[in-house]
Design a protein. Structure first.
Length: 175
């Protein structure tokens, strides 16, 4: 499926997770691409996503953030600078892919995005010297902040995630 500026695929492990690649126009000056189009996402999902705000996280090499998520937030994530290893875990108890995970290498020069539905947790590991992680958030009502989110250790045995690191830098919440 595509919509002018985007190419869509689904995770082979968790089909409800979408991988979106923009069409990139190159010329002698560089390139230009679309990162978001409301009509495209609304048509794709057969529902209106109310994206309310964007967040960016700048992290240094070997930082691992996550696994975090909640019951109502859609996340459209990408790497604006550097390279990250993005992991998504299905936490919907009645889903056939419950507690399964998939991972994606997101690189700033490829502009790939991952659309993560509610009831999923995600986290990422920074491979490059620095990375700027971008997430666009859609939800009804108020934002669910850290204290109310689901949080799991990156190496939680129930998931058996194959991270490309052995001793990442973690914040207190993720320990």
């Amino acid at each position: 499926m595509s919509y002018k500026d985007f190419e869509i695929s689904r995770s082979s492990i968790i089909p409800d997770v979408l991988i979106i690649k923009p069409s990139i126009s190159w010329d002698s000056r560089g390139n230009i691409f679309s990162s978001y189009n409301a009509d495209f996402y609304n048509e794709l999902l057969s529902q209106k996503l109310d994206f309310k705000h964007d967040k960016f996280a700048l992290s240094k090499q070997n930082v691992l953030r996550g696994l975090h998520g909640d019951s109502k937030t859609w996340k459209l994530v990408s790497c604006a600078y550097g390279e990250i290893y993005e992991v998504v875990v299905d936490m919907r108890p009645n889903s056939p892919t419950y507690k399964k995970w998939d991972a994606f290498w997101l690189k700033a020069d490829e502009y790939t995005q991952v659309l993560i539905p509610p009831m999923f947790v995600n986290g990422y590991y920074v491979k490059s010297e620095n990375a700027l992680f971008h997430y666009k958030l859609a939800y009804d009502g108020d934002y669910i902040d850290a204290g109310e989110q689901m949080t799991f250790r990156y190496d939680d045995a129930q998931f058996k995630i194959d991270w490309p690191c052995t001793d990442p830098i973690l914040q207190a919440r993720d320990k």
